[in-house]
Structure formats: C-alpha cells, structure tokens
Design a protein around this ligand. Sequence first.
Ligand code: UD1
Ligand code: CA
Length: 528
Amino acid sequence: MEAPQFFAVRPGKPILACPNVKLPAWPFRVVSSFKVILGRMKKSKTAAPRSRTAPLAGANTPLAPPRIAVAIMAAGKGTRLKSQLPKVLHEVGGKPLLAHVIAAATRVVPAGDVYAIIGHEADRVRSALARTGVSFVLQADQRGTGHALMVAQKSLAAYDHVIVLSGDAPMILPETIGRLRNFHLEEQAAMTLLSADLADPAGYGRVVRKSAGSSEVQAIVEEKAASATQKKIREINSGFYVFAVKPLFANIGKLSTANPHGEYYLTDMAEILRRSKHRVVAWKTPTPGEVLGGNTRSELAAIDARIRHAKCEQLMADGVTIFYPDTCVIDSDVAVAPDTVIEPFVQLLGNTRIGTACRIRSYSVIRDSVIGDGVIVRPGCVIEEARVASSAVIGPYSHLRPGSDIGEGAHVGNFVETKKIRLGKGSKANHLTYLGDAEIGSGVNIGAGTITCNYDGVRKHTTTIDDGAFIGSDSTLVAPVRVGKGAYVAAASCITENVPEDSLAVGRARQVIKEGWVREKRASRKAK
Ligand code: UD1
Ligand code: CA
C-alpha cells in the first residue's frame, strides 16, 4: 500500500512525508491539504482566527494555514504503577511511553511545535527525552489534566489550534492524529475529541453525545462521576483532543476542582465550551487499540504485547521470517532486512540493525548492535553494542560485549567473551576464550582457552595480534604485548614479551619425564 503524506502546515514544506510508515489494514487515505480543508469550511464562530479573516477566493493572497502545536500531558506521577520511576518513563516496546507519543507527534508537526508538559520527576523526564528536540513546559504541581493546559497557556498562545495528547497512551499513530486534526478543522470545532468504542470501558471517561448519531458532544463524564446508565456507554474519551486555542483559553478559567479527585479536569471543557455556544465534536477512531493507556502494570504489559506483536507483523510483512513470533521480544526501533530468519525466544533490543539472510537462533539477546548480511548467530548468544560483519558465525553461547567488532567471515564460538576488540576478516576464536582490548588482524587462529590478560589491577592494556598469527590453546597473552605477523605461540604459553613476525614463541616450562616414578610410589605405599 502507498504510504500517506500529510501536507504541510507551512506552505510548500511537507512535514509528514513518511514513506516507511506501514499502514494498518483499515482503509483510509489522508489526502486533504489544508487548502482543501479550508475551502470546504463552513462559517463558524469557532473557526481559526486566520481562516475566518482570510479571503476564501478571488484574492491574490493565498490562505495562511493554521498554526498548530502539539501539547503532550506527561506530568502525572502514575500512582497506580506504585513506582519510583515517573509513569511516562515506563517502557513498552523497548522505549519510554512518552518517547512513543513524541515520535508520533513529530510526524505531524515539527519538533519545535511540540510541548511536553512535565512535572513529577521533571528533570529525569527532560533528560531522558532531551534528544527528541521538543520543548518542555513545567507543571510543578500536578492539579489535573485541565491544569496541565493552564500552565502551557503562554507557550500555546501563538498558535491557532493545539492537538493535546496523553503521554501515557503510546500506541497512537500519526495517521490518526492527522485525521483527528483534519476532522477538527473541517468541523470548525472549538474542541474535538478522539473517542473509541471499547468492549470494556471501565476506568475511562464516557462520551455523552448531544443525540444519537450526532457528531456533537454534550459532555465527558469521568468514571467516578458517572451514573449507572452512563457507565454502560461504551464510547470512551481517549484523552486525545484538538482545541481551537482562543476559545480554550478564554474559557479554561471556568474549570473547577469540584470532583472526586479535587483536580481540574480537561474533560470538563467539553461541557463548558458547549454551554458558551461553541462547537464540541467527537471523532470515533476505527482502531480503538490505539488509545489504550498504561495506568497499571497490567495495562503496560498488555500494551507492550500489542506493540511487539505489531512489530513482528510489520517485519514479517517486510520479508523477515519469524518462527513463533509471540515468544520473540523485538523493540520498536529494531530494523531487520528481508530473508533473515528469527527463531523462537530471540530478543532484539534498542537500536539493533540486522542485515539480510541472517539466522538468529533461539535464546540469543542482541542489543544496540549492527549485524551484517548472512551472519549466523547460534543459540544462546548475548551481543551488546557490537558490530558483526557479513558472513560471520557467532556462538553458541558467545558473549560479545560493547566495542566488539567482528570481521567478515570471522568465527566466535562457544563460551567466548569479547570486549572492545577488533577481530579481522576470517579470524577464528572458537572455544572458551576471553579477548578484551585487542587488535586482532585477519586470518588469525586463536586456540581454545586463550586469554588476553588486559588488566594489571589499575589500567587496561592492549594486545595486538597481527595477520595470520596462530595462538596455541591455553595461552595467556599478558598485555601490552604484540604477536607479529604469521608468528606462532606454542600451546599453554604465557606470553609477556613481543613475538616477532614469523617466529615461534614457547613460554612454558619444558616437559619432564620421570620414568617409573608412579611404580616406585606405589611400592613404597604398600610397604607402609
Ligand atoms: C484521562 C481522562 C479520561 C480519559 C483517559 C484516557 C481526565 C480528567 N480524564 O483519565 O476521560 O478516558 O484519560 O486515557 O482528563 N497529567 C498531567 N498533569 C496532571 C495530571 C495528569 O500532565 O496534573 C497527565 C498524566 O501524566 C497522563 C495524562 O495527563 O499522561 C492523563 O492523566 P491520567 O491521570 O492518566 O488520566 P486518566 O485517569 O487516565
Ligand atoms: Ca491515563
């Protein structure tokens, strides 16, 4: 399917052109440019100020598109999680809840127009997400979702509309946000909320429509304040909204804390705006799974499972074979090229990239690593912050620690641990070995049980092994030390001095034979 393109909020600059976005199976096509939307607009008192004053036809001045911001409410503590960690930093799909929401937001408007409202453990949240380039607004006391918008008033005043997202609902797709925004602009509403029909609406605010079938909303009723009849309403408020900025801030002072939580509820704006004769509408998403919030550990687990399931589906659609996908844990940002096979119980985490035609066998955990093409990772490997070049063979049970750079066609075998090393093209370290802080050339053979002694108790030192060298089994290489090109190290040697090119180093005691020693010993024991 063709990926959608949202059109520019600023003329001529597409800010959401997402060729890599995989669309869900539901049918839609967002093709409305703002000109099309604005051209279709009815006249209304809640229209964006600019579109109301701009000439619609016959003038030379083109329509100025509305200025749109995104505000993400992310200041809450997340009491129901019973955690030291602020709610929005809890992870699903391998990254914080808020990181998912920011990623969706920045596909709809530029990061400079995204404001994350933070409060509980604000510094921690800010530093975890600083790299996203969004702005942060501090809500020092968290007095409710309505209060979150009050503190953001200054930042949002320069915009015509604000899309409000919940930092704890990470599955929202940029396409859905775009559709909600378009619906809001087409409806010329003061407030548009995203609603969803849920089989189990418990815990959510319920949407009370003006009348059945109307797009207009009477009120949003929070679970605690809902009557028995209202609790039966399955249409819930998702916590995603679009507001026209002027009517929002002209009326936000009317919010009160007269409710069971003693908080300013943003949801009360529906009734407040309606009473002041503004248009309040709801757009019901056809994909309700997107709106689920992570308020409890159980909800987090359910969201995590959905995100990972969707990730596996997407990879399979892109040509990756995944056997038993429900057992695989693959983070949202992982990339895998086609024709790679992922066996059951594999974890691919963080920013891992895997090439084409690889086989990742069971129980391997790969984090933040780059794996080339045609690589075999045998069962039980742990690979972290490492690079593995094409056609290499790793494992079973290898541990590649940060800074390991494994060359093309190289082999790292059973119970081999590597850290901060380069292992050249075609080199082999197949059994029971520790290679740390080492520069190893190509065509090198590292015998079983070889150890680089890299640490003197204070500092780390480098071992250099040049091309074609052969290290006999059970050798210890006491760094800093160099084994020259083509040199041999005899088995069980302790190498403390550099070995020149093409020479043999023997660093062990010569073998001694004591003939008849055992026989004599036995005889003396019998005599006692
Ligand atoms: C809210 C809605 C509810 C809706 C549900 C959808 C209200 C009053 N209720 O309930 O109708 O069905 O979301 O998930 O809005 N936050 C702040 N500052 C605060 C309080 C909260 O930034 O002072 C943030 C939270 O961090 C969270 C979001 O706002 O990311 C929603 O708050 P939460 O307490 O989770 O609201 P719900 O009870 O889920
Ligand atoms: Ca919530």
